[in-house]
Design a protein around this ligand. Structure first.
Ligand SMILES: Nc1nc2c(ncn2[C@@H]2O[C@H](COP(=O)(O)OP(=O)(O)OP(=O)(O)O)[C@@H](O)[C@H]2O)c(=O)[nH]1
Ligand SMILES: [Mg+2]
Length: 264
């Protein structure tokens, strides 16, 4: 394993070949999955930025029947961009992890070459997508990273910053991964990497989901790189972070480590 903070695993020799496939590096090959729960104030701005970034970008919104009517807002935006925005409606709040899985399965049933995940709350900078997509030409998974040179977090109070930093260090140490931001939700996957994840058996929600997906890409022999981003705390709407999500992630890293030991 290469102890390089910006990438892990060699580019050329990938044991079971998550991705020796053709090089893809175009924003027009990109489908972005955006899970939403009570984001009606944020979603229009996010989608407008994404629609203007590149003509071919597509978005799949997974809404859990948000009480604030985000689903109807999403439908109205999809009617304006019928070929580019799709909305998957679920009947109630079922958690972030399963929202991603439903979005992934939907996208993998089509032909997208690159699949991104982004929060709807405007925390993830749309203008970093081109740099992330470019790096996906020689990586299986690109992480938008707050904790590499050039990255930053804006607007978070100290306890939130400490939790995020500590959580990332904890996961990195226990799993032995030279990655700096394991809990962020701004990611670009090569199709082959996502298809190899065994989506039906992903266990976690929230932060844990992010750790688990990155871990599995690496276990499958994939190359993961980090691209710096500036994360800005949400201005509108409420955070869905809970004690449950933090505890789940803390336990999950031990489960993943145990799984690896057992499989040896
Ligand atoms: N469909 C769906 N989306 C969810 C659910 N929980 C959170 N989300 C969305 O997932 C994204 C991340 O959730 P956030 O509340 O921003 O969580 P966070 O980024 O960890 O924390 P904050 O930025 O402090 O709010 C946002 O777009 C949410 O609307 C859920 O149960 N179902
Ligand atoms: Mg957020």
């Amino acid at each position: 394993m290469i102890a390089d903070s910006s990438s892990i695993s060699p580019a050329v020799h990938r044991p079971d070949g998550v991705g020796q496939a053709e090089i893809v590096s175009s924003l027009n090959d990109l489908v972005i999955i955006v899970p939403t729960y009570n984001e009606r104030e944020n979603l229009p701005q996010l989608l407008e930025s994404l629609m203007t970034l590149a003509q071919g970008i597509r978005v799949v919104i997974v809404d859990d029947n948000s009480p604030d009517g985000t689903g109807a807002v999403a439908d109205a935006l999809a009617a304006i961009h019928p070929k580019r925005i799709e909305v998957l409606h679920r009947s109630g709040k079922q958690g972030l992890g399963t929202a991603y899985v439903v979005g992934f399965q939907h996208v993998l049933s089509g032909s997208a070459k690159l699949i991104a995940t982004m929060d709807a709350d405007l925390s993830h900078p749309v203008d970093r997508l081109p740099a992330m997509v470019e790096r996906a030409s020689d990586a299986d998974l690109v992480l938008g990273s707050r904790y590499v040179g050039g990255g930053a977090t804006v607007g978070w109070p100290l306890p939130r910053r400490v939790l995020s930093r500590f959580g990332g260090l904890y996961a990195r140490t226990i799993l032995g991964l030279p990655l700096n931001d394991l809990t962020g939700g701004f990611k670009v996957y090569r199709r082959e990497a996502l298809a190899g994840l065994d989506l039906d058996h992903l266990r976690a929600d929230g932060y844990g989901f992010q750790i688990e997906t990155t871990w599995r890409v690496i276990q499958n022999g994939g190359r993961v790189v980090e691209v710096p981003i500036t994360f800005t705390d949400r201005v509108a709407g409420a955070s869905k972070l809970s004690r449950h999500i933090v505890l789940e992630a803390a336990l999950l890293v031990w489960q993943l480590r145990l799984d690896r030991l057992r499989s040896r």
